[in-house]
Design a protein around this ligand. Structure first.
Ligand code: IPE
Ligand code: IPE
Ligand code: MG
Length: 236
């Protein structure tokens, strides 16, 4: 008999990815850090194709953290413009792939209005798609998300329960993270989906984000399938 229980061969429904290492990828090549961000676009599209091929239904990527405002103004400005233009360049293609685009994060005054418009347009354009939900975490921080959820809880004056908090996160429909990946050899959570990934399987790869391809995603899924998810219970 196959010693591997069936559930372990399941494809993770929700994969989250910290797209890290753009700057180092560029520096290794004598390029500007921002060239690394640009090169990450291809990796993102390939990861989306990989998720579609594998049958993953939710893919959440970390594009800009609440801490990334600490970077030099020029890099921050580049990232705002780059993300806006990426949406313009790629939204039709993603729409044709049956990808539903969503965003999580704070829409505060620091996020340019034009970018917010592109975000809203992309969400609206793709809202009927069903194959994959691609959530882009932008100006996202897990702690900020919890603070915002708790504030909403106070306003609604409802009892504090896990369910009540989960219902007030940026996207209450987002399922828990099954597989949580970080590229670039860093072994940190960096404030990404701290609530939703409470029981995620963590996979770290040394590949810098611009070199990440669907094969790396498939390898991470294979690693996930070798894990025994116990959720506090006993081994199978
Ligand atoms: C990740 O790459 C992209 C963002 C944080 C926006 P980095 O820019 O952090 O690249 P490294 O970690 O400095 O190499
Ligand atoms: C996390 O990467 C944020 C994103 C990938 C958007 P960082 O490069 O900002 O994280 P730290 O600073 O290494 O923890
Ligand atoms: Mg980094």
């Amino acid at each position: 008999m196959d010693p591997t229980p069936n559930h372990q061969l399941r494809v993770p429904a929700h994969v989250a990815c910290v797209m890290d290492g753009n700057g180092r990828w560029a520096e290794e090549r004598g390029l500007k850090r921002t060239d690394g961000h640009s090169a990450g676009e291809e990796a993102l599209l390939d990861a989306v194709h990989g998720a579609l091929d594998l049958g993953v239904s939710w893919l959440t990527v970390y594009a800009f953290s609440t801490e990334n405002w600490r970077r030099p103004t020029q890099e921050v400005r580049f990232l705002m413009g780059f993300n806006e233009s990426l949406l313009i360049r790629r939204r039709d293609e993603l729409n044709e792939l049956d990808v539903r685009i969503r965003f999580i994060g704070r829409r505060d005054w620091r996020v340019p209005k034009r970018l917010i418009r592109r975000m809203n347009e992309s969400t609206e354009l793709t809202k009927g798609n069903r194959k994959l939900t691609l959530t882009i975490a932008f100006n996202y921080g897990g702690r900020a998300e919890l603070v915002d959820a708790v504030k909403a809880l106070q306003e609604d004056a409802v009892p504090v329960t896990e369910k009540a908090i989960a219902e007030r996160l940026y996207d209450p429909e987002m399922p828990e993270v099954d597989l949580w990946i970080r590229t670039s050899g860093e072994h940190r959570i960096s404030n990404f989906l701290i609530w939703q990934a409470a029981y995620a399987e963590l996979v770290f790869t040394d590949v810098f984000w611009p070199d990440f391809r669907r094969t790396h995603l498939a390898e991470a899924v294979a690693e996930y399938q070798r894990r025994d998810r116990r959720f506090g219970g006993l081994a199978h």
